[in-house]
Ligand binder design. Structure first.
Ligand code: SF4
Length: 349
């Protein structure tokens, strides 16, 4: 596509979008806070999965003040199952900043909004354009895929600085009169038609597409292979006291699944040394019993091979710091990571 075709292209793209767009709950609002919540949820998560989470979240935290004041554990509970929990912690921290320092009004310039916790270049552009109608780019992997094809951009999108090339190109083509619809239309095209296996015959902007013209749509975007993911074996110990309470520990605040409660566990220890490793790492002296489950859990950068094992505490005093016994009812109320929920589920079988 040539930049000189911008007007014709936008006319075609936007009229397709207005006719064909999916009816999504965050498209029925221009409340910048709601748009922010939806954009954070949609990072790394599919639209169908997000819808019920979004609705429940907005119902429980209808204003920025309500989210700013909420207990972190209560907020995490609303995110349970969505994964990438640092997203919601940052969202709450960013919202607190807006409430405290910006009189509950989300800033309307890229420079200012980027100062908020958890708002990166993509979310900044999405909130500014969709909620405030500011012509700003919002470039993620989907947008790079669509643009690499439209303009035959063959730079490697696995390299972070390539994103700038796309941001610049979006700024050259964006419809200044309706940047909200423009950005959403590109996202919609990437989600429904210009997918990894593009459905070019249904594409409303096919005649502008350089990759289609040259038959290169399946070769784009160029993306070098990612490094292989690390695989870690996790042995998790289900330890209960005679009253039926389970022993859990809180994960450190920073890092993977920060602040979530889980069964005591250790990583990558040869079976024979497990009790010793656990004693060294945690101060708990246990005896292992039979395994009750085994499964794989995939995070973005690491895969856990989880083995759930029954165990008994040989020396219960004192329970080390950071550990607590929880009843079944208390467990229900705790925010839990996916692997932890799965372990509990398997234990009940
Ligand atoms: S013609 Fe095909 S490759 Fe080009 S933008 Fe449309 S769907 Fe994507």
């Amino acid at each position: 596509m040539k930049i000189s075709q911008k007007e014709e292209f936008n006319e075609r793209l936007l009229s397709w979008y207005h006719q064909e767009k999916r009816d999504l709950p965050w498209r029925r609002t221009s409340n910048p806070y709601y748009i922010w919540v939806s954009e954070v949820m949609l990072q790394q998560t599919r639209v169908d999965t997000v819808i019920p989470y979004y609705e429940r979240f907005i119902e429980s935290f209808p204003t920025m003040e309500s989210l700013a004041e909420a207990e972190e554990e209560h907020v995490l509970k609303h995110w349970e199952g969505l994964g990438y929990y640092s997203r919601v912690r940052n969202l709450q921290a960013g919202v607190k900043e807006v409430v405290e320092s910006y009189d509950s009004k989300i800033p309307q310039t890229r420079n200012e909004i980027l100062k908020l916790k958890g708002i990166g270049p993509y979310t900044a552009g999405a909130v500014l354009s969709i909620a405030y109608g500011v012509p700003e780019h919002a470039v993620d992997g989907n947008v790079m895929r669509v643009f690499s094809r439209l303009f035959l951009i063959e730079e490697d999108i696995a390299i972070p600085k390539t994103k700038k090339v796309f941001e610049q190109r979006v700024m050259e083509v964006i419809d200044e009169t309706d940047p909200s619809s423009f950005n959403q239309a590109i996202m919609e095209l990437g989600a429904t038609i210009c997918t990894p296996n593009p459905r070019c015959l249904l594409c409303p902007v096919r005649e502008f597409c350089a990759a289609f013209e040259e038959g290169k749509q399946d070769e784009l975007p160029v993306k070098t292979k990612k490094m292989k993911k690390k695989v870690v074996t996790i042995r998790s110990f289900a330890i209960s006291e005679p009253g039926g309470k389970w022993l859990l520990r809180k994960r450190p605040s920073n890092g993977l699944l920060g602040d979530f409660w889980e069964f005591p566990q250790i990583e990558d220890s040869p079976a024979l040394e497990i009790s010793e490793s656990l004693k060294n790492e945690t101060g708990l002296l246990i005896e292992q019993r039979q395994a009750y489950t085994q499964f794989k859990h995939i995070f973005s950068h690491v895969t856990w091979l989880v083995e759930g094992v029954h165990a008994v505490l040989l020396d219960a005093s004192p329970i080390p710091e950071g550990y607590r016994f929880f009843s079944e009812e208390e467990l229900e109320l705790l925010p839990k990571s996916k692997p932890m929920s799965k372990l509990l589920e398997q234990l009940k079988k």
